[in-house]
Design a protein around this ligand. Structure first.
Ligand code: ZN
Length: 288
């Protein structure tokens, strides 16, 4: 290979790496260290290397929300064992992305039952995430609107409120603890609309409005630290502000490049982000 070609391959690899790292951190390589934090009584969350995992302990087993990448299985199990000797019985999946559902391939054979929306399962089976590993495994039990798990006298609900990040995002509710897990309907500081995965910026705020009707005060987002219902509302309002701004520009006839520049300047998108790859072309079509 010529030196120039080698340089191009390296730059190209760095570009792809940069896109993913911007959102999920540490794509490839050894499993990253994880941290576990107490949220409320019997509820913990595990951060690091992919989406936040909720850990709900009951007297008959543990219920998780999401399971990161398959490479994180041992580290997740070690963190769970640091707070309980109960086995993991159920995993409620928020959506099909590998940084939230990649661990299914390890947890299913280990004896956990995995539950997701029917759409999230289809998105895995149809490999809708272009940069996901080929060996991903979908949930074995699915629902379309709402489901609940009752274990050890405790209840966890999962509900599909509408499109947003993808077309199959579930949000999860721990009613006794007035806490929810949003999946990537709240993640980071700015929304990633996965249009190839059926996402919708036009619907996103409406979807969050429905979820806000649950009675809760604490929010485990898909990525980032545990936060409050008030901050979820702020996030929702920022999504709506972004939609209105982008729709205005698109209706003025601005080019995709120009809309991208405004998203960079006003909403913190970076040139190599997944927002630029997955969200911008779809927004141009959806909002015109
Ligand atoms: Zn996601």
């Amino acid at each position: 290979m010529s030196r120039i070609l080698v340089a191009r391959v390296v730059v190209g690899s760095l570009f792809l790496f940069g896109c993913w790292i911007a959102y999920t951190q540490n794509r490839g390589g050894a499993p990253a260290a994880l941290t576990i934090n107490k949220v409320k009584d019997d509820l913990y969350e595990i951060e690091g290397d992919g989406g936040n995992v909720a850990v709900y302990i009951t007297s008959e087993g543990v219920i998780l929300v999401d399971d990161k990448y398959d490479r994180d299985f041992d580290n997740i199990m070690a963190k769970v064992k640091s707070v309980t000797s109960q086995p993991v019985k159920y995993i409620l999946s928020t959506h099909h992305h590998e940084d939230h559902s990649g661990g299914n391939s390890k947890f299913l054979p280990a004896g956990a039952e995995i539950i997701s929306t029917a759409q999230a399962r289809s998105n895995i089976v149809e490999h809708k995430q272009s940069n996901a590993s080929p060996g991903m495994v979908g949930a074995r039990v699915v629902f379309t609107q709402e489901t609940a798990v009752f274990l050890g006298g405790k209840e966890v609900r999962a509900r599909y409120f509408g499109r947003g990040h993808t077309n199959g995002d579930a949000m999860v509710y721990f009613p006794a603890l007035r806490t929810i897990h949003t999946g990537d309907l709240m993640a980071g500081s700015t929304p990633l609309i996965d249009y190839p995965g059926g996402g919708s910026l036009a619907e996103w705020a409406k979807t969050l409005d429905e979820a806000m009707k649950w009675d809760f005060d604490t929010v485990i987002p898909g990525h980032g630290p545990v936060t409050t219902k008030a901050n979820l509302l702020t996030y929702r309002n920022n999504v709506e502000k972004l939609r209105i701004r982008a729709a205005g520009l698109i209706r003025e006839g601005k080019s995709q490049e120009d809309v991208g520049k405004v998203m960079q300047a006003e909403f913190g998108w970076t040139p190599t982000s997944l927002q630029m790859q997955w969200s911008l072309p779809g927004m141009m079509a959806e909002l015109k």
